[in-house]
Design a protein around this ligand. Sequence first.
Ligand code: FES
Length: 495
Amino acid sequence: MCSYWIETTKNLEKEYKHLSDDIDVDVCIIGAGLVGITSAYYLSDSKLKVAIVERDSVCSHVSGKSTAKITSQHNLFYDYLINSYSHDFAKKYLDANEEAAQRIKDIIDKEKIDCDFSVQDSYVYAYSSEELFDIEKEVSAVKSLDFPCEFVKEMPMPIKTLGAIKFPNQAQFNPRKYALALCDIVTKKGIEIYTNTVVTDVESSDSGYIVSTANNSIKAKYVILATHYPIINFPGFYFLKMYQSMSYAIAVDTKCDLPEGMYINSSIPTYSFRTTPYKGKKLLIVVGADHKTGEKIDLENAYKILEKKAKELYPQSEVLYKWCTEDCISLDKIPYIGDFSSIMPNLYVATGFKKWGITFSNVASKIITDKILGNKNKYENTFEATRLEPIKNRDELGNMVKESIYSLVINKLKDSPDTLDDVGMDEGKIIEYENEKVGVYRDTNGKCYFIKPVCAHLGCELSFNNVEKTWDCPCHGSRYDINGNVLSEPAIHNI
Ligand code: FES
């Protein structure tokens, strides 16, 4: 299922060609999401020769499926940052995001990009008195960072709350309209974009790196891994310090006038709301029902839960679009931006945005391109990707290791109790078939699709996602369609 942003901007998309020659560039950007495209934009006035290679089409993955809030309000986070890191660190995190939000606005103004940009107040709200206490702590924390937040008792949207923290002058936009406009700008300045081009490897060479695709290669001095999840494992070891979370989204015609504002509740499960212009009125976008990718939970109701949330506010709501997305979460909740590894100079990474990737895409693009251009960036140490702190988070690291052991070893050794006859219509299961474990999806006409349910990334056993009809990996979040074609990284190869 496509997102509202992708579905409604298809006719704006230019066909970029796939790579069919070996090329030699200064900078190779892998991934044409917002990190990749914004990095290209920041390099487009330099003398460097730049190429972007993208597995599918422009902004067709996480950036094109985001809630697209441009904000430094990342749920309740600043009290946590002050207490877990320092006041100075929290201030840098806030300022980096506020400056990035302003830069996005400046680009839109300067380039006159029509992308439904609007300034909005952003709210995190409480249902219970316990949550209210957390909101009050967050208000004090954010005020101590000299940011003009407010505590409010009521919000423009008719959501019942005991109180909320308001960040004024945040913003929202249509991320794909923005991305497509940036692509037009950078290609006019000589940057090549190659789509439908799968990168299979990145290796060091005498002059920098060789980026390999199925049939060609790209020589580059600098490489930016802008692939949401890094597609190379070593020596970065990001698979040991990050996991993926899935969430679901709906765009709803409420048949009502909708107020301004962007909203998210403070407790788990979280539900996020915003509006977007639609045929002279507004649609309501609701996002939530998060879970770790590949987790074996009852997923049947994900979209129904979101629809119920919309109907609680606006009973006439009609769902027009549905989609799901994935986010990378670092073990210490801070993104990884900068050098991929201390032993691979000029190879850069940007990942682990913890569901706040729109603003962070700009933070990351600026830090990385400043490194390439030799400019000082005051935030380059704040999000340093090679830091070791994440692996000190023993609880989360332990959970990841446990999950990996189960999926890599224990689950694989267990026989499946199911046979082909146990797979119902429109259902997927791992079954025992001629002494082998096989993944089967039976469609609504009874046709079966078989796969070997072993992830092409590092070999974990997959599980079936009944909402999306995909095979998902619980270890690091790769996803495959019912035929085994890879839908999302870190896996590169089909199964
Ligand atoms: Fe890493 Fe599947 S995503 S093993």
